[in-house]
Design a protein around this ligand. Structure first.
Ligand SMILES: C[S@@+](CC[C@H](N)C(=O)[O-])C[C@H]1O[C@@H](n2cnc3c(N)ncnc32)[C@H](O)[C@@H]1O
Length: 253
């Protein structure tokens, strides 16, 4: 795929690979009630592993961190080592579309800014079989915050047609038989201070380094477009964190 290595050079070096924060991870985890003492957690699309390490610290359990990029898994492992929690971490290099865990493998399934790679609905159907009855699924997912977004926003999100209102996402969750334990919209700082500002700094450095490489400059331009779109139109879209519980009677699909 043309431009991919440059895109990865940017994306793979950021502190987080998507909007989020330790505060939001903690807040979502706080919506779980009656979690076992040392839960077994699957973190899908772990990226550089900020939330993976947070989960290891908050839960006292074990985390299986899954990503298809070795770079992300190396970064996750190294952060967990620095934080002194690596003995409870396992990593799995796998395409999430190839996941095939035995039924009832995990107490909690987590995915920040990554379940969209399966699609929200398909992702929730898939993981329903892997989480234990009465266990939890927590994901952050793109949502519309108000109607009638302007053209550039519609064009940008055309790549992910499953972006929808919180109300419609809740209807999907209910239809799939999950109980919704709670949800909240990620604060803007999760996008700006934690994601776009570090990206912007890196783009300044890379635009000098790559000034003679047109494909690289195109990747920089795309990233700058995304940042500027959010700055102008953050009132129209964001991420919602949904925390769900699998009902005991739910069947594996
Ligand atoms: C937007 S990033 C979010 C990363 C991390 N959860 C965070 O919030 O910082 C999405 C992650 O999913 C991974 N990913 C994308 N498609 C994938 C797939 N098909 N299978 C496994 N991982 C995938 C990417 O490599 C990336 O690390």
């Amino acid at each position: 795929m043309e431009g991919m290595p440059y895109f990865l050079e940017i994306f793979g070096r950021l502190p987080r690979a998507g909007p989020g924060s330790t505060e939001s991870t903690r807040r979502a985890y706080g919506l779980l009630s009656g979690v076992p003492k040392a839960p077994r957690i699957l973190d899908i699309g772990c990226g550089p592993g900020v939330q993976t390490v947070d989960l290891l610290k908050i839960s006292g359990g074990t985390v299986l961190a899954l990503d298809f990029l070795p770079l992300m898994l190396e970064r996750t492992r190294s952060s967990a080592m620095q934080a002194g929690v690596s003995e409870r971490l396992e990593v799995l290099e796998q395409d999430m579309r190839e996941m095939d865990f035995p039924s009832d493998s995990f107490d909690i399934i987590w995915s920040e800014g990554a379940i969209y790679n399966l699609g929200f609905e398909e992702g929730l159907v898939r993981v329903r079989g892997y989480v234990k009855a009465g266990g939890y699924v927590a994901v952050s997912e793109a949502v519309w915050l108000k109607p009638d977004p302007p053209r550039p926003v519609v064009d940008f999100w055309a790549e992910y047609p499953e972006i929808d209102t919180v109300e419609n996402k809740r209807a999907v969750i209910e239809r799939l038989g999950y109980g919704l334990e709670g949800w909240f919209i990620l604060p803007e700082l999760d996008w700006t201070a934690n994601y776009y500002e570090p990206m912007e700094k890196l783009l300044v450095q890379k635009s000098e380094e790559w000034k003679d490489i047109p494909e690289a400059l195109a990747a920089i331009e795309n990233a700058r477009h995304e940042i500027s779109l959010y700055r102008q139109h953050s009132d129209y879209y964001g991420y919602a964190f949904f925390v769900m519980r699998r009902a005991a009677a739910c069947e594996r699909m």
